[in-house]
Design a protein around this ligand. Structure first.
Ligand SMILES: Cc1cc2nc3c(=O)[nH]c(=O)nc-3n(C[C@H](O)[C@H](O)[C@H](O)COP(=O)(O)OP(=O)(O)OC[C@H]3O[C@@H](n4cnc5c(N)ncnc54)[C@H](O)[C@@H]3O)c2cc1C
Length: 423
């Protein structure tokens, strides 16, 4: 502890949230020579959104969630209780406000404004994951083998091929595959598809191992962790920031809010409204898969992600705009199971319906872009809202947070990510 301007300072920086964004921020801050405290209301092994996800690093995902066709797609999917997309309809002005902003963002112009930045952020993050794997002694199954988008129907394949052309034009390598080429790419897995697109720059890892490794590394570098501690409020003053929990008050020169979908609870009291909805998704793990692929894949029509993690297979899917609700909807889980069996015939009758299902809330902004930047009140930095790309964008977000906190130039122009962009 040090004294700065009469204020008792526990660390240079306090990070709220120990998901991938919070831990990555702590990692880069420590490397910049700062003392860091991390506060989280769960436990190290808690099943936060960053632990149960599909573990994909996705330079191929340069289009945000808010894109043309998404509203029509969502409406079409609403009546189907097993569909990959849903909205938990409820009388909630935040949901209505978010929905209107989302609809307004689903334009070609918006996508065109985002693609370069999302591409650059994802490619930089991939680079940082490779460096991180060296630095913290690996052990989180980082696999640089690409990702395949698998299409069951010709219509979906046609669409993916067009997307592949756009990727290549943007400098993201992509290869169009017919059915035989898909099969040849990963011979250990029988696939029943029309074809696919292979993105060699994508990668995958085991998120729970990554969080565990990062936690151990940060402990070894002197980072202090306060677990099971909920931050109730953040207050700013001329000499720094104080963080208030139920039983204590800590202070620092800067605070980073990396609280995932719950972050707006903290920013609102500081005068910044960040529209956010939890995009609920599910995953489950097959311990002894009947066939184990080497490359991760997305089953395009079903919006299901399939990722080998060590010797196990994790299957994840569903995007239900659900607020803070984490309950498991078995209909949608059955929809995920059914589609895996349709794409991978060897899994017919091989998916145990009783396997435990994990659920997590993706922090979704209405325009599909993260919120990253310092608030006007100063000394409070926000890093959240990464929606379906939070694992992928974790390291680059940590690097940006470090730049903002230390006042060093960011590698990219991130004005589009301003936390106060909705006023
Ligand atoms: C099924 C599924 C599959 C996915 N697959 C992928 C994928 O393949 N690739 C990818 O890039 N992304 C994927 N994602 C998205 C990704 O998981 C999220 O974007 C990412 O985990 C968000 O990380 P985070 O650190 O912002 O939030 P979180 O992991 O939610 O962490 C935030 C932490 O802050 C804590 N917190 C919040 N408020 C407070 C407070 N007031 N006081 C103390 N602690 C607080 C929370 O308890 C939590 O521990 C997937 C998501 C789902 C649901």
């Amino acid at each position: 502890m040090t004294l700065a301007g009469g204020l008792l300072v526990n660390s240079d920086v306090i990070v709220v949230g120990a998901g991938i964004v919070g831990l990555s921020s702590a990692y880069f801050l420590v490397r910049a020579g700062l003392s860091v405290t991390v506060i989280d209301d769960g436990q190290p092994a808690s099943e936060r959104c960053s632990s149960g996800n599909a573990g994909m690093i996705v330079p191929s995902h340069f289009v945000p969630l808010a894109a043309p066709g998404m509203v029509e797609y969502g409406i079409r999917m609403l009546p189907d209780k097993q569909s990959p997309f849903g909205v938990k309809v409820r009388a909630d002005h935040r949901l209505v406000d978010w929905g209107i902003k989302f609809m307004r963002s689903c334009t070609t112009e918006h996508v065109d404004r985002c693609v370069h930045l999302l591409r650059d952020l994802n490619l930089r993050s991939r680079e940082l994951y490779v460096a991180l794997d060296d630095d913290i002694d690996g052990g989180f199954d980082l696999t640089l083998r690409g990702l395949t988008m698998l299409c069951k129907t010709e219509a979906a394949l046609h669409h993916e091929y067009a997307f592949a052309d756009r990727a290549v034009a943007l400098g993201v390598p992509a290869t169009k595959l017919d059915k035989a080429q898909v099969q040849a790419l990963d011979p250990a897995l029988d696939v029943d598809v029309a074809g696919g697109v292979y993105f060699p720059k994508d990668a995958h890892l085991s998120p729970d191992k990554l969080l565990h490794k990062l936690h151990s590394y940060l402990l070894s570098k002197g980072v202090t962790f306060h677990w099971s501690t909920r931050v109730e409020a953040i207050k700013t003053s001329t000499s720094g920031v104080s963080v208030h929990t139920e039983s204590s008050q800590l202070s620092a020169s800067k605070v980073v809010i990396a609280g995932g979908t719950w972050s707006p609870h903290l920013t609102e009291a500081l005068g910044v409204r960040m529209p956010m909805q939890g995009g609920k998704g599910y995953s489950f793990v097959i311990d002894n898969p009947v066939q184990l692929p080497e490359i991760c894949s997305i089953l395009v029509e079903a919006r299901v992600a399939v990722t080998p993690m060590g010797g196990r297979l994790r299957i994840g899917g569903t995007m239900e705009i659900a607020g803070d609700d984490l309950t498991v909807n078995q209909n949608r889980v059955n929809g995920i199971r059914k589609s895996v069996q349709q794409f991978f015939p060897a899994y017919h009758d091989k998916l145990d319906a009783l396997v435990p299902v994990w659920s997590g809330l993706r922090p979704c902004s209405p325009d599909g872009l993260p919120y990253i930047g310092e608030l006007d009140t100063k000394n409070v930095v926000v890093a959240t809202g990464h929606s379906m790309m939070g694992l992928s964008l974790g390291p680059v977000t940590g690097e940006l947070v470090m730049n903002i906190v230390t006042g060093t130039p960011t590698r990219f122009d991130i004005h589009q990510l301003k936390p106060n962009r909705w006023g």
